[in-house]
Design a protein around this ligand. Sequence first.
Ligand code: SF4
Length: 87
Amino acid sequence: MAKNKAQPDVQIVKKGDLEIRIIRPLCISAATCVVFAPSTFDLDKGNIAIVKNGDWDRLEKIVAAAQSCPVLAIEVYENGKKLWPKS
Ligand code: SF4
């Protein structure tokens, strides 16, 4: 399947104090992020996770979604502080 060129390899989206990064080459399309935070995450046509436009879920749900990712493809920052993954 042709690689989807519409999104960069690392999608970085900032909204207010929050920043979400998806390390897209790591994504294995497990979609648990979409289950935990459906207003924040979606899969693109290539079944790779993307951050959605519009109103996001509450922070707790976004962090839970990131924690659910089996390959640590989602990073969450608040005011520049990394909330997940813990380093
Ligand atoms: S949980 Fe992780 S691997 Fe699964 S779709 Fe989301 S970013 Fe990709």
